[in-house]
Design a protein around this ligand. Structure first.
Ligand SMILES: NC(=O)c1ccc[n+]([C@@H]2O[C@H](COP(=O)([O-])OP(=O)(O)OC[C@H]3O[C@@H](n4cnc5c(N)ncnc54)[C@H](O)[C@@H]3O)[C@@H](O)[C@H]2O)c1
Length: 413
């Protein structure tokens, strides 16, 4: 048995994500015993008293509180998970950095690129490790596909297609949670789902440099759901109708960094869409990358599968490959292909990467620079949707998606 190193964990907000983070920490000694990391669940905060109590009674925290400052002030807390609604992220993350605590912040980092910049600056100033909850890049099939792209197995990358389509608000009686209120959430589906897709393509292909976008709000009002109750999947009968203040659907055309070794010099174009009101897809979060010698398709609804076309003669098309031992961390969770991993496992991998980074080991995890990079694309998309024109995206250096040392994931960038 490896020597055990205890890491004190504080949690801020015990909603859906707070519970998922807590399970992820608890899973670390189970799935990664060789690391010798033993998370100790020290204290959890939620303004909803019943949720703070749940953290103690069910999740196993030693203490619950309704004041998040108590989490940051606690001397036994080394790392903090920030799973609060978006409007609290910037303040709490900056407070965490000032308290010298490493933080794992849920996406989108800030409500705007400016807020995320402030968080990033605070983390830099304090020299604390950060992580941002871009879990889909942890899927073993994505790690495998990323490597194929980096090794040039798809040839020169030509174009990218992605659609993150959810139905959590497809029903007009779907709750108006904090996600639909601009002051509380920032953008709508752009920050909520498109940010994930942007990060995924940054991770696999490279940075978006320019964007044009269009957005729409399909339902202009919804029944209100009080903060700290239910989830954003809730259906509210005969509720108080309040206005929806941000977009339900967004589409973008993007240009990725210009390939420097390409014969044609033509840019890599992406078409990316996101919806929270799609009828049909449940959580169909898909990405496709096409190259001159092959392509892949992946969808979270079938996250253990990869559709691959490699060096195929014309008319052969895709082969479905099931994630197995040679795919990322798959074998940590299941002994063989065909027995699927699930959403929580992606968060367990994320917790491992965060804790390794906290302990000083490079883990190529998504951090606040990746959060800033995605946020800048979202901000540019919002400007484009308003003005109707293409918008340049200010580039962020040293993101983990680019492989911190400046090595870009895709060979032809
Ligand atoms: N990575 C992902 O796949 C993913 C999925 C869902 C949510 N998220 C993100 O996670 C965050 C939380 O989302 P959620 O779905 O868990 O929300 P939620 O509404 O389920 O939970 C939010 C919790 O925050 C609490 N809260 C409100 N004000 C607080 C305060 N001042 N101090 C402490 N707690 C407070 C509420 O009482 C509630 O329990 C959001 O930023 C969201 O975008 C990420």
């Amino acid at each position: 048995m490896a020597e055990q190193q205890t890491v004190g964990v504080g949690l801020i907000s015990v909603g859906w994500m707070g519970k998922v983070h807590s399970r992820a920490y608890a899973n670390i000694p189970v799935f990664y015993p060789e690391l010798g990391i033993k998370p100790r669940l020290v204290i959890a905060a939620d303004t909803a008293e019943d949720r703070a109590e749940y953290a103690v009674d069910v999740l196993g925290y030693e203490k619950g509180t309704t004041d998040y400052h108590e989490v940051l002030d606690h001397p036994d807390v080394d790392v903090v998970s920030i799973c609060a609604p978006n409007f609290l992220h910037a303040q709490i993350a900056q407070d965490a950095a000032a308290a010298g605590k490493a933080f794992w912040l849920e996406k989108p980092a800030g409500r705007s690129a400016e807020e995320t910049q402030a968080i990033s600056d605070a983390a830099d100033r304090a020299g604390v490790v950060s992580a941002v909850g871009f879990n889909y890049r942890n899927a073993p099939a994505i790690e495998y596909a990323r490597q194929l792209v980096a090794d040039g197995k798809l040839g020169r990358i030509t174009n990218v297609r992605g659609a993150f389509f959810a139905d959590y608000s497809a029903d007009p009686r779907g709750a108006l949670s904090w996600r639909f209120v601009r002051d509380l959430a920032g953008s709508g589906v752009l920050g909520d789902l498109m940010g994930h897709l942007i990060d995924l393509t940054h991770y696999v292909v490279g940075p978006v440099q320019e964007v044009t976008a269009a957005t729409s709000t399909v339902y202009s009002e919804r029944p209100e759901l009080p903060m700290g109750s239910g989830t954003h999947f809730a259906i509210v009968e005969n509720g108080d109708m309040k206005p929806v203040e941000n977009e339900d659907y967004a589409s973008m055309i993007v240009r990725y960094a210009q390939p420097d070794s390409s014969d044609s010099g033509s840019p890599v174009i992406g078409t990316l869409e996101a919806s929270r009101v799609a009828n049909g897809p449940r959580a169909s979060y898909g990405v496709e990358v096409y190259g001159t010698e092959g392509s892949f398709r992946w969808d979270f609804e079938r996250m253990n599968e990869l559709q691959l076309a490699l060096n195929t003669a014309p008319h052969v098309g895709y082969t479905t490959v099931m994630a197995g031992a040679e795919f990322g961390d798959f074998s940590v969770f299941q002994p063989g292909a065909g027995t699927p991993m699930g959403y929580d496992d992606l968060k367990t991998i994320e917790a491992k990467k965060f804790l390794l980074a906290f302990l000083g080991q490079d883990s190529q995890h998504a951090d606040i620079k990746d959060g800033l990079s995605a946020n800048r694309v979202v901000s540019a998309a919002e400007k484009s949707a308003e003005s109707g024109s293409w918008q340049k995206v200010d580039q962020v250096s040293n993101t983990s998606a680019q492989g911190k040392g400046g090595k870009l994931p895709c060979k032809n960038f």
